[in-house]
Design a protein around this ligand. Structure first.
Ligand code: IVH
Length: 674
């Protein structure tokens, strides 16, 4: 392919990806599957590696991450990020309205109401149409520069393509994890034996500060924008700002409303008070803003909060009901989850009968007794929570909780590892929910992807005695399957075909599928890339494992003990005999040229067009080497923004040549114009 041809294809692919992205995030429609979308991204990414100088500055490949930030730079906000005054009653809101009327000397005014989203506030700067910086709120004056992480949020435009936009402006909003994304993330964590997160807000906040942007990209964060700031924006009202944000392609929650009177505001508050449970994310109230920007200026600010806006906070939706019993569930990893069995109550539109109690510590913290009246709350999450005990209603005969000592399913004595909150059933090879759970884990889409097999079929195959471990799946016969309820020729063939096809899923998926505790999909990918074969991984010692990127002590220990178990080794060898992929097919970056032959590089800082991993691949593909520390022998320090001053000083002292992203591209010009 010539550079000219590549240029056209890169542009076309970028346009197509951006088109589908916009369709998905702004119009909630999709014309292609997630898989097809990822394939387009992959094609683009590989072309960009081949022709680095042709990569577009707003390339959608930035969405998949790739940078590691050890410490986020703390930077000053151009406009401070203030908070809002809170009210909890309509009376207080009326007092606010009186203050506004007074402050405006009797002039007419109107309000603009929005929901108050419970996420992490962010301020994003656009210069000449490009997203150039994103800063967390911090203390309101200074925040952390989390640009590379924010760029992975797909609903946030990397570039505004609308004509005649201001050359510089800031947008502010709330980054969040939807209730569905949060539930899915927790399910995935539970699946690999990690403790689950308590709530969506804290998880969103933790996610945006993660060091590895590839991980952030996987979190499926989203963002609603509600504020436009800058000079000469040509807007007179907050409503016009919101309409501009929408027109420029930002994700604005469609729940806003202009209100002429405080009575209209109350109607809005009441409306969403009833409907907020239906929203994709948690809201804890309503933000009421004076619509005219001139009037906002006239009203001004107190030391900390604007006089032109206020937040009305909803009371938590909480009711009390009786705790009838506590039951215990056993997960795939053997982790025990206590569940509160409640007297059914109607809470925020749904009947609540059960609530997770997480672990024994939580039961102690709440000081629960069977028969107690407990307060149940529906927060942002789909699953309700027991928040406290109504001690005033405690009866003398309330029964203290004796946490179970034996597995409710297989009667094996439970264990509790020091420092861990969960109790475990150690009978992983003989406890029915663990066995079935392991097979469910094995066949899931991210693993062996046998979609013709569901939870019910697995349960039946297990009960019929046909499967006890995942390897048994590959020994299933037509004859076995005829015993399944409702299985006819077509469904039998379909299932066998699905099992057969799974033999082709790549090694990293197999590695995830076999269910090593703490080895999620990302870690499986890193292990597959590093060790290349199952044999190499099986013989790797603790030290070797620890030297793998992303692998810490907990994971290394877990991998070692998994392969030290004879039954596991047996299972692996049966899977190997069935023909599953036990070797990585991930190729080393293809050698494209010798332009950087024997040249050494250290990569540091944040780059405009590339993630660090991509730069590394480009250097290797063109014959160069990437080192981790600066020495006198080093040829180049490839320096991005926000590079640590110590590194820079060392490079200068040792007279290492410091080059920018553009200069680096210049070195490669020749291969792009071949
Ligand atoms: S306006 C000067 N609008 O609430 C006023 N804030 O307590 C700027 N928030 O830091 C804020 N939804 O993180 C505004 N529709 C909304 C909001 C909102 C959530 C958060 C935001 C802010 C905090 C203030």
């Amino acid at each position: 392919m010539t550079a000219q041809e590549a240029k056209i294809i890169i542009q076309e692919l970028s346009d197509t990806i951006n088109y589908h992205n916009t369709l998905y995030y702004q119009k909630s429609k999709s014309e292609i599957s997630d898989f097809e979308f990822d394939q387009l991204l992959e094609q683009l990414s590989s072309l960009e590696k081949q022709f680095p100088a042709l990569k577009l500055p707003d390339s959608p490949t930035q969405r998949v991450g790739g940078t590691i930030t050890k410490e986020f730079e703390n930077v000053m906000h151009q406009y401070p990020m203030l908070s809002l005054g809170n009210t909890y009653s309509f009376e207080e809101l009326q007092e606010f309205d009186v203050r506004v009327a007074k402050g405006l000397d009797g002039d007419a005014y109107e309000y603009f109401c929005e929901l108050k989203f419970d996420g992490v506030s962010i301020s994003i700067l656009y210069e000449n149409g490009f997203l150039t910086r994103a800063i967390t709120r911090g203390d309101g004056v200074r925040g952390d520069d989390v640009t590379t992480n924010v760029k992975t949020i797909r609903s946030i435009p990397l570039r505004i393509t609308t004509k005649n936009i201001p050359s510089r402006f800031e947008v502010r909003g709330e980054i969040f994890l939807s209730k569905v994304a949060f539930a899915k993330l927790n399910k995935e964590r539970e699946d690999i034996g990690e403790e689950t997160y308590a709530n969506a807000r804290n998880t969103a906040s933790g996610s945006i500060k993660m060091q590895d942007s590839t991980e952030v990209a996987k979190r499926k964060l989203n963002c609603y924008l509600y504020y436009l700031l800058g000079e000469g924006l040509g807007v007179q009202t907050h409503e016009e700002s919101i309409l501009k944000l929408e027109a420029w392609g930002f994700n604005v929650s469609p729940t806003y409303k202009k209100c002429k009177t405080i009575a209209d505001v109350k109607a809005y508050i009441d409306l969403w008070g009833n409907k907020r449970g239906d929203l994709p994310l948690d809201t804890d109230g309503v933000v009421i803003k004076v619509n005219s920007l001139d009037q906002q200026e006239q009203l001004g600010f107190t030391a900390k909060i604007p006089r032109w806006a206020i937040a009305f906070k909803y009371k938590a939706q909480s009711l009390s009901t009786q705790l009838n019993n506590i039951t215990y569930q056993v997960g795939r990893t053997g982790a025990i989850t206590p569940v509160a069995e409640l007297e059914p109550i109607l809470l925020a539109g749904t009947t609540v009968k059960r609530a997770s109690l997480h672990n024994a510590n939580e039961i102690n913290r709440l000081d629960l007794r069977i028969g107690d009246y407990v307060f149940v709350e529906k927060g942002g999450e789909i699953i309700p929570k027991v928040t406290s005990v109504d001690l005033s209603q405690r009866k003398a005969d309330a029964i203290p909780v004796n946490y179970i000592t034996h597995c409710p399913e297989c009667r094996t004595e439970l264990i509790r590892v020091e420092g861990e909150a969960n109790h475990y059933c150690p009978n992983d090879k003989g406890c029915p929910p663990q066995i079935k759970g392991k097979i469910e884990h094995f066949i899931q889409r991210k693993a062996m992807d046998i979609d013709s097999l569901g939870e019910r079929t697995i349960a039946q195959l297990y009960e019929l005695g046909f499967i006890k471990t995942p390897a048994d799946l590959y020994d299933l016969t037509k004859d076995n399957l005829t015993k399944l309820d409702g299985f006819k020729e077509l469904s039998i063939n379909n299932l066998l075909l699905g099992i057969e096809k799974s033999k082709q899923v790549p090694f990293e998926s197999v590695l995830f599928a076999i269910g090593i505790r703490y080895v999620g999909k990302t870690v499986a990918e890193k292990l597959a890339k590093h060790f290349k074969t199952m044999d190499a991984l099986m013989t790797a010692n603790y030290g070797l494992l620890l030297a793998t990127p992303e692998v810490g002590e907990k994971i290394a220990q877990s991998v070692v003990s998994f392969f030290n178990n004879e039954e596991n080794v047996n299972e692996i060898s049966r899977l190997k005999q069935s023909g599953l992929q036990f070797e990585s097919t991930q190729k080393e970056p293809e050698r494209l040229s010798n332009i950087l032959d024997a040249k050494t590089f250290v990569i540091s800082g944040v780059f405009k067009k590339y993630e660090r991993d991509q730069l590394k691949d480009i250097i290797i593909a063109n014959g160069g080497k990437v080192l981790s520390s600066i020495s006198a022998k080093l040829n180049y320090l490839l320096a991005g923004e926000n590079m640590g001053p110590a590194k820079l000083e060392k490079a200068e002292k040792l007279r290492v040549k410091i080059i920018s992203e553009d200069e680096f591209e210049g070195m490669l010009k020749d291969i792009s114009t071949r």
